[in-house]
Design a binder for this molecule. Structure first.
Ligand SMILES: [Zn+2]
Length: 71
């Protein structure tokens, strides 16, 4: 797989470290069946998509989102 670095622009004060396509450690739940990452998920705080407008680092709601992904 070619490591295509599509840099996603973040305008958050605290930058999230999002999984991207090509990351081997990206959870299956955020990839489509081609292995492309289709959902934003921060590897550091665990926030995803709708929660990414909140600053990175706080773990508070992270578990909840991971739980949603597992359903
Ligand atoms: Zn984050």
């Amino acid at each position: 797989m070619t490591a295509k670095t599509t840099k996603r622009r973040n305008e958050m004060p605290a930058q999230h470290d999002l999984y991207k396509t090509g990351d081997d450690d990206a959870p299956l739940q955020i990839k489509d069946r081609n292995g492309d990452v289709v959902l934003g998920l921060c590897r550091r705080c665990g926030r995803g998509e709708i929660e990414l407008d909140q600053p990175c680092g706080k773990q508070a709601d992270a578990q909840r989102y991971h739980h949603l992904l597992d359903e």
